[in-house]
Design a binder for this molecule. Structure first.
Ligand SMILES: [Zn+2]
Length: 82
């Protein structure tokens, strides 16, 4: 049974496991992607805030160069409080 879609409170990106591992990450626009790509582009920069749903290293592999650059749109981070 697939997990329900979840939206990361830090990245504002939805992870929908029912879409499959290659498309499960739904960026605000553009094509779906992988948890690896999401982590490479967004999550690694917000880890110190805590609460990221993509923080589990067991659920991703080492990102490759194509995970850092390419077709995914830029994501603006939510403003830091305080
Ligand atoms: Zn995240």
């Amino acid at each position: 049974m697939a997990e329900a879609p979840r939206t990361c409170p830090l990245c504002r990106v939805t992870i929908d496991p029912s879409m499959g591992p290659l498309q499960e990450v739904r960026f605000s626009n553009g094509p779906g992607g992988t948890r690896i790509k999401l982590w490479a582009r967004v999550c690694q920069f917000v880890q110190d805030r805590g609460g990221c749903i993509n923080a589990d290293a067991a659920q991703r592999q080492t990102p490759s160069a194509t995970d850092f650059y390419g077709d995914a749109p830029a994501i603006s981070f939510p403003p830091t409080q305080g």
